[in-house]
Design a protein around this ligand. Structure first.
Ligand code: FEO
Length: 161
C-alpha cells in the first residue's frame, strides 16, 4: 500500500476517533441536562464512530500497512440547546463527508482499488449521517425546544439501538 494512502487513512482514523470523543462529550452533556434519550442516541453514535475508525484500522492491517495513531483533541463540554448541539453534529458530519470525499480522490489518484471499495460504504454512510442529523434539527425546529414536545423527541431518540 502506498505511503500517501497510508498517511491519509491514518489521518481518517484520527478523525473518526475524534468524532467518537465528540459524541461521547455531547452524550454526557445531554445526560447532565436531563435529556436521557438524546444522551442515548449520542452514545450509540459514539460507538458507531469507533466502528468506523476500526474499519479503516483493520483495512490498513489487512493490507500490510502501518497503523500510526495520532493524538485525539479535547472536545468541548458545553453545547447549548438541543438544536444548537445537533447543528454542531451536522456541521461535524459535513466536515467528515468532505474528508471521506478527499480520501476517495486520493484513492483514485493512487489507483488503490480496495480503498475505493471500502470508501463506497463510507460514502453511503455519510449520506445517512447527515440526513439523520438534519431530520432531528427539523423536528426540533417544528416543536420548539421546551416542555412536553421536547420530552417526546427525547423519548423517541431513546429507542435508538
Ligand atoms: Fe464516522 Fe459520523 O462519521
Amino acid at each position: 500500500m502506498k505511503e500517501e494512502m497510508q498517511v491519509a487513512i491514518n489521518a481518517q482514523i484520527q478523525k473518526e476517533f475524534y468524532s467518537s470523543y465528540l459524541y461521547l462529550a455531547m452524550s454526557a452533556y445531554c445526560e447532565k441536562e436531563n435529556l436521557p434519550g438524546f444522551a442515548k442516541w449520542l452514545k450509540v453514535q459514539y460507538q458507531e464512530e469507533i466502528e468506523h475508525a476500526m474499519k479503516f484500522l483493520n483495512h490498513l492491517l489487512e493490507r500490510g500497512g502501518t497503523v500510526k495513531l495520532g493524538a485525539i483533541a479535547e472536545p468541548p463540554c458545553e453545547f447549548g440547546s438541543p438544536k444548537a448541539l445537533f447543528e454542531e453534529v451536522l456541521k461535524h458530519e459535513k466536515f467528515i463527508t468532505a474528508s471521506i470525499n478527499k480520501l476517495y480522490e486520493t484513492a483514485i489518484a493512487e489507483k488503490d482499488y480496495p480503498v475505493q471499495v471500502l470508501l463506497q460504504w463510507f460514502i453511503s454512510e455519510q449520506v445517512e449521517e447527515e440526513s439523520s442529523a438534519c431530520a432531528i434539527i427539523e423536528k426540533l425546529k417544528m416543536v420548539g425546544e421546551k416542555g412536553a414536545p421536547l420530552m417526546y423527541i427525547d423519548k423517541e431518540l431513546s429507542y435508538r439501538k
